[in-house]
Design a protein around this ligand. Structure first.
Ligand code: HPA
Length: 249
């Protein structure tokens, strides 16, 4: 079964035909909220709001381990993450949809692994390609079916938040090779890998990153909010065209 983790602006999937909700306890504590099971465009899926259904949990306080663990125990095999980002690359302006293919992790102090040695074992995962190829292709196919233009491939910079970046930090991230910046991509992606789940992300650019474009002298939160509302409507339609392993809607 496919899971969708919804980010800011996507605390609910209005077009999800809900069958049940389930509160799942995990060895890592409470997930961000109950899992919502239902049908979207003909496929069965489970949805969770990363920041809680009332959008109350900031990025650095999300219990990423509990969320991924809850989805795994519910029988999920794939996770599609939806998250808003700032655009660093000049051509990635507000309203652009991006399916990233790489990550640079600038977060710190987050519980970022299931493999912390409590079972007496030292384990490592390969993370050369942090996103699942096949699930990325499915996202790109859904976008094409929905008539949405999506940028295929970008380097996602994961920052600690909740503050936005300084212009110099964005300059440094660009020198590092980052194209978009967000606060929630890690450790979510690596936890999915450790749990053996396929993971891919759909990023929605909601602002130029700090110091870029119309964010040259600051970022307007009200502009981000407005962009989130319109972009997430497009995202919901795109997600309706997702196929699962049994087929397409
Ligand atoms: N920086 C970090 N995270 C974000 C941004 C940003 O500019 N926009 C949306 N999420």
């Amino acid at each position: 079964m496919l899971a969708i983790i919804g980010g800011s602006g996507l605390t609910q999937l209005a077009n999800l035909d809900v069958t049940r909700r389930e509160l799942v306890r995990t060895p890592y504590g409470e997930p961000s909220g109950p899992l919502t099971f239902g049908r979207l465009g003909g496929i069965e899926l489970v949805f969770i709001a990363r920041h809680g259904y009332g959008h109350t949990i900031p990025p650095h306080r999300v219990n990423y381990r509990a969320n991924v663990s809850a989805l795994a125990s519910a029988g999920t095999r794939q996770i599609v993450s939806v998250a808003s980002v700032g655009g660093i690359r000049a051509d990635l302006g507000p309203g652009t949809l991006v399916v990233p293919d790489q990550i640079i992790d600038y977060t710190w102090g987050r519980a970022s692994t299931f493999f912390d040695g409590h079972d007496g074992q030292v384990r490592h995962v390969d993370f050369t390609e942090p996103y699942d190829r096949e699930l990325r292709s499915r996202l790109l196919a859904a976008a094409a079916a929905a008539g949405e233009v999506v940028v295929d491939g970008a380097v996602y910079a994961a920052t600690q938040g909740p503050r936005l970046e300084t212009a110099a930090e964005i300059d440094r991230m660009e020198r590092d090779g980052a194209d978009v910046v967000g606060m929630t991509g890690m450790p979510e992606a690596v936890l999915a890998r450790e749990a053996g789940l396929a993971y891919a992300a759909l990023n929605v650019v909601v602002n130029h990153a700090a110091g870029r474009g119309d964010s040259a002298h600051g970022i307007e939160m009200s502009a981000i909010e407005a962009m989130l509302q319109t972009a997430m409507r497009r995202v919901r339609h795109l997600l309706e065209r997702l196929c699962d392993e049994r087929g397409c809607p």
